[in-house]
Design a binder for this molecule. Structure first.
Ligand code: DP6
Length: 328
């Protein structure tokens, strides 16, 4: 009953994944590019136990049930199949991410689960193999195996749809200010939202074509450390993704009035010469791509616009870490 613990960090997509070409293999319609974040992560310990009659899954000291539990056990079945493991597993997970608020906790959760479960089952997977496995739990998790900037190639089958590091160590100033908007928790999860947008938005194919065309442009912007180019591309890509939701039938929306206040504030700050760009996922929170040197002026402007708003700073984070034992 060897225990393994993995720590995986969340990532925020600068070019988004929003729709699947294959829902079983979790092949996306777009190649996506992300930044892994230091401040938000999941720690997960896994051990297999012949005495269990079902998987035992705990998240933040609570027993997990329902849809979340089913996703975890289905994922563990994949690991068991790969490893020839027949026992059920204990999964004890601690999320250091505001859960289900558009901060991509499923990315760090399934990356950490892939890491800890595969090792506990006796597998020694390469980073690319881990990325493929994590993808099957949650698409965005494929990118959380790597630190810094990562790219998930959409690929055309299980082997080719895999993330890779673009730049793992970032020695120039870039950060994401996460503006936590508590207007309401999201009602439509990303899995359902992206499927509905793909199935019904008349602009969906255009979103895919535009997003894929931006991949080499974003790569160049990253190579040049060009925060304005990165930010412009990311903000446009995010707004286009949200436009597929606004034009779905029926339409739906993750962004609230407060989200728009923050997006508009970024526009105003740029007019004052500050490099700050917004990106949003499947929730109301807005992440502001910016330089650490501008944190004070941005947070002051936010506090004035939305009194009491909570802002968390997130800097580039590392790749997954896996250790034997319960502690990381
Ligand atoms: C908006 O990876 O959570 O954050 O693969 O169905 O689990 P599933 O979806 P998930 O979707 C993330 C969508 C996004 C954009 C992104 O992270 O690329």
């Amino acid at each position: 009953m060897t225990h393994f613990t993995a720590r995986a960090h969340t990532n925020i997509a600068l070019l988004k994944y929003w729709g699947k070409a294959d829902t079983t293999l979790m092949l996306p319609t777009t190649t996506s590019i992300s930044l892994t974040l230091d401040e938000f992560y999941t720690d997960t310990t896994v051990w297999f136990d012949a005495a269990l009659v079902a998987d035992d899954v705990m998240l933040d000291d609570e027993v997990m049930t329902g849809k979340g539990y089913d996703k975890v056990t289905r994922f563990l079945d994949l690991v068991r199949d790969m490893a020839g493991e027949t026992r059920y597993a204990h999964v004890h997970s601690a999320n250091h991410v505001p859960t289900a608020a558009g901060l991509a906790s499923s990315a760090s959760a399934f990356a950490a689960l892939a890491g800890a479960a595969s090792r506990a089952a006796g597998l020694a997977l390469s980073p690319a193999e881990l990325s493929r496995l994590a993808r099957r739990g949650s698409g965005s998790a494929s990118r959380s195996i790597f630190g810094g900037f990562a790219q998930w190639d959409r690929g055309h089958d299980d082997l080719t749809s895999v993330a890779k590091p673009l730049v793992e160590t970032i020695d120039w100033p870039i950060q994401l200010l996460t503006v936590i908007i508590n207007d309401q928790p999201k009602k439509i999860d990303s899995r359902g939202g992206m499927q509905h947008a793909k199935a019904t938005s008349p602009f969906y194919d255009d979103w895919v074509n535009r997003s894929n065309a931006l991949v080499p442009v974003m790569q160049t912007a990253i190579a040049n450390h060009d925060i304005d180019q990165i930010g412009q591309l990311a903000e446009a890509n995010a707004l286009q993704m949200h436009a597929t939701n606004a034009t779905a039938q029926p339409a739906f929306n993750y962004l609230t009035d407060s989200s728009w206040q923050v997006i508009n504030l970024a526009t105003r700050l740029r007019e004052q010469g500050i490099s700050v760009y917004a990106t949003m996922d499947a929730g109301p929170n807005v992440k502001l791509i910016s330089r650490p040197a501008d944190t004070e002026v941005i947070t002051a402007a936010l506090a004035e616009a939305i009194p009491g708003v909570v802002v968390r700073t997130a800097t580039p984070g590392p790749s997954i870490k896996i250790v034997e034992g319960d502690q990381i």
